[in-house]
Design a protein around this ligand. Structure first.
Ligand code: NAP
Length: 332
């Protein structure tokens, strides 16, 4: 978002020993530590972070018979490109996503019908409670929609060092979502064509970071798509009917729940693409992206817009929207 103050201390760790040394330093100085990946899904407070920011810069990719292990500091999209070039299927729909490999399992990133939990076989982590390096299996991670133990029950306990994926050699691309199916019609695209299509679709929505696209000065989707129970969904349908809308977009979710696109709720609450609030605003190409519209927005501008939207969506539909980016350095 190009927003936020400075870190009191910053280190980019290139080795596992660097990480241990940085943690020792923080412990000696009694500093809070924030573990950073690529920095694309964070909102940093204007005051900055009064502690140590530890960026995981571990590099390296190894591939053998479709089993690929990448260091937590590898660039995610370059890693996806590496796999697609080797004709390994399983990550092609996750093209164009900013950030690092180590962040992928944290919220179980997903897009266009693929989630990393489908292909992750192991996550190598540093357990901060025992100071041991261990390997967690897919089941250990308890993956669910945009969630894992890393952002729920065991939040803050582990640093992801490397991730292993089991991909399908010469596999077919996953064409599950309407946007992608529409793009190809009856054609049978290759993995690389699918990757390029995903990037093209994301770019149209300003969801690929580009220096020449001010609408991409965002943290991607700012709110999670809410998953609600049937009673809440019926309430949304009732409110929509009063607005003269008889079709609320929705998708089935686990435990008989319903997923409603957050973008739809925001639009029907009165905020469209391009809405402006001071130096912040909604992307002109995607309702769900809060952008640093002017280029010199402050974190406080983004927070003001976030709160306005949350209040209005709750007032309209009785649904709480939860932000997806991590808030760093805010006092609450
Ligand atoms: P979109 O494609 O307009 O979809 C909006 C919502 O509708 C999402 O909740 C999506 O579910 C759901 N949806 C659409 N088609 C579906 C289908 N065939 N079956 C089930 N659910 C369906 O969303 P967008 O904002 O432009 O984003 C494109 C993709 O990137 C989406 O898959 C979105 O989830 C993903 N994304 C992921 C992250 C993340 O991992 N943190 C951040 C931003 C965007 P899903 O969310 O299950 O796909």
């Amino acid at each position: 978002m190009k927003i936020g103050g400075e870190a009191r201390f910053f280190v980019r760790a290139e080795t596992e020993d660097d990480i241990l040394a940085a943690l020792d330093f923080a412990r000696e100085k009694e500093l809070p530590v924030f573990i950073l990946g690529g920095g694309s899904n964070v909102l940093i407070a204007d005051e900055g972070f009064d502690g140590l920011v530890l960026q995981i810069g571990l590099q390296g990719i190894e591939e053998n018979e479709g089993i690929v292990t990448a260091g937590g500091g590898e660039d995610w999209d370059a890693f996806v490109n590496f796999c697609v070039e080797k004709n390994l299927a399983g990550l092609e729909c996750l093209s164009g996503i900013p950030g690092f490999v180590g962040a992928a399992p944290i919220q179980n990133i997903g897009a266009y019908g693929q989630e990393v939990s489908e292909t992750i076989s192991a996550v190598r982590v540093l357990d901060l409670t025992t100071k041991q390096i261990v390997e967690l299996s897919n089941a250990d991670c308890e993956f669910a929609y945009r969630s894992s133990i890393f952002n729920s029950t065991q939040k803050g306990r582990y640093i992801v060092l490397a991730v292993t994926f089991v991909l399908q050699k010469e596999g077919a691309p996953a064409l599950r979502y309407a946007d992608l199916k529409k793009y190809f019609g009856d054609a049978e695209p290759t993995l690389m064509e699918t990757r390029e299509a995903v990037i093209a679709i994301r770019s149209q929505k300003s969801m690929v970071i580009s220096a020449t696209d001010p609408n991409s000065r965002s943290a991607g989707s700012f709110f999670k798509n809410p998953i609600v129970d049937v009673t809440q969904f019926e309430n949304v349908q009732r409110v929509a009917a009063e607005m003269g809308i008889d079709n609320v977009p929705s998708y089935p979710a686990a435990e008989s729940k319903v997923k409603i696109p957050a973008a739809w709720l925001i639009e029907k609450s009165g905020y469209s693409k391009g809405f402006e609030l001071g130096r912040a605003g909604l992307s002109e190409n995607h309702t769900l992206a809060l952008v640093n519209r002017s280029g010199d927005a402050r974190a406080a501008d983004i927070v003001a817009l976030k709160e306005l939207i949350q209040e209005k969506v709750f007032a309209s539909f009785a649904i709480d929207l939860h932000p997806e980016p991590i808030f760093v350095g805010f006092r609450d």
